[in-house]
Write a protein that binds this ligand. Structure first.
Ligand SMILES: Cc1cc2nc3c(=O)[nH]c(=O)nc-3n(C[C@H](O)[C@H](O)[C@H](O)COP(=O)(O)OP(=O)(O)OC[C@H]3O[C@@H](n4cnc5c(N)ncnc54)[C@H](O)[C@@H]3O)c2cc1C
Length: 387
């Protein structure tokens, strides 16, 4: 058993940390408040190769895996810049296209993922279906060689920053008449695709949207893979990378909050010469949060290692557990960091309350804590499916 990163992974981690710190949480919040995006950070990370670490070298990427991408997600978040677009674009969309796209799709899209110039977001959630993906109502019909997509999606992150949306729709099986999932690469400016921004209580430069697809016409090669049969495996291919990288982002956010809090509590003095951190009522909750974040990190890197070793089923259990553990740990860490700051914790200046919305959302999205508990109860504990 080996808990060490390789030398290259350590170097990646140090380099991404340095980049993240050059921008920092103040930059992230200023962009969010101005309604702008973290374009400069994204572009620089792309130029340095950090956004394409998991893309094969023959398409211009770093040739690493989800472990490397998790390191990038964690370190940027630990510097106060949790970028959700890393989860949807390189983790989900690039993995789906790399693993289940045609060779023509790989050649067309992967070089852009490798240098970060291409951003593809992911649209599965629908207002009526919610957590129950079997109820997806977005339908793809054939019209000659073309496809026509109609339906509605909600909470879709980053559409305003992306050139394409990877849309999960359903096609009719010619023999059984049953609807089965298929994935389509839809240009974000396609005629018939409209969006409206959701007002969210999250301080983030990345936005969520409602999407309306009204007979969006797509060429045959917009379908991911050679045929609709690729749909289900392609959809599942994105799930583990999504859970692992979103967990890494949460762990980084937790580390950031604990670091800010411990710096504050070590120096703040209100009872004579002793720091407030010398009081165990202050230091123990912080230490407890640090333990929870570190435990979650162990599961993240276990999941990433299993995934990169091609052990998808075992990775699924660990990825779900990592997502669950990190969602809870990050929320605890940020809440504790706010508390030990006292009133300063609620100011923008101290840079912790700004993360409350994001870590709260991390217990709901991209998969809720309850749906993970359902998964663990069923697949690990052998309980009957409850829904
Ligand atoms: C910030 C943010 C960004 C997002 N980005 C994207 C994105 O880019 N792309 C995308 O497709 N989606 C995105 N989502 C959507 C997200 O994946 C969903 O919100 C999430 O999957 C939950 O679905 P829902 O909101 O419909 O909740 P619902 O399904 O309506 O669930 C409501 C509550 O009931 C619980 N619940 C539901 N079913 C069960 C059950 N069987 N057992 C126990 N409890 C249950 C849920 O856990 C939840 O607490 C985003 C959401 C947020 C908040």
């Amino acid at each position: 058993m080996n808990f060490d990163l390789t030398d290259e992974q350590e170097q990646l981690r140090d380099a991404v940390r340095a980049l993240g710190r050059r921008y920092g949480h103040d930059y992230f919040v200023a962009k969010a408040r101005a309604g702008e995006h973290t374009t400069e950070l994204w572009a620089e990370a792309g130029r340095l190769g950090y956004l394409g670490v998991n893309i094969p070298t023959e398409y211009g990427g770093g040739g690493g895996g989800i472990t490397e991408l998790a390191i990038v997600c964690e370190e940027l978040a630990a510097a106060g810049c949790p970028l959700l677009l890393l989860v949807v674009s390189p983790a989900i969309a690039a993995t789906v296209i790399n693993r289940h796209g045609t060779e023509a799709q790989r050649k067309r899209f992967l070089p852009g993922f490798a240098d970060g110039t291409l951003r593809v977001v992911f649209a599965i959630t629908e207002p009526e279906a919610g957590s129950n993906f079997h109820r997806l109502g977005t339908v793809a019909r054939r019209d000659g060689d073309d496809w026509l997509l109609s339906g509605r999606k909600c909470f879709i992150s980053g559409v305003d920053e992306a050139q394409y949306v990877l849309v999960v729709a359903r096609t009719e099986d010619a023999t059984t008449g049953r609807l089965k999932p298929a994935l389509f690469v839809v240009p974000s400016d396609a005629p018939g695709l409209t969006r409206s921004k959701l007002e969210m209580e999250i301080v983030s430069p990345e936005n969520q949207f409602l999407l309306y697809l009204d007979d969006v016409r797509l060429p045959a090669d917009a379908l991911v893979g050679e045929s609709v049969e690729a749909g289900l495996p392609a959809l599942f291919a994105g799930l583990n990378p999504e859970r692992i990288t979103v967990a890494a982002m949460g762990a980084g956010t937790g580390r950031y909050a604990i670091e800010r809090a411990s710096t504050y509590t070590a120096t703040r003095k209100v009872w004579g010469g002793r720091s407030i951190g010398s009081h165990q009522g202050v230091s123990h909750p912080l230490a407890h949060a640090a333990v929870q974040v570190e435990l979650a990190r162990l599961m993240i890197y276990k999941a990433a290692t299993l995934y990169d070793a091609g052990r998808d089923l075992e990775a699924g259990v660990s990825a779900n557990m990592a997502k669950y553990a990190t969602g809870e740990a990050a929320a605890l860490a940020v809440d504790t960091a706010v508390q030990v700051h006292g009133g300063a914790g609620m100011t923008t200046e101290y840079g912790v309350a700004t993360l409350l919305g994001a870590v709260r959302a991390g217990r709901i999205a991209p998969v809720s804590r309850e749906m993970i508990l359902n998964y663990v109860a069923q697949h690990v504990l052998g309980q009957e499916k409850s829904y």
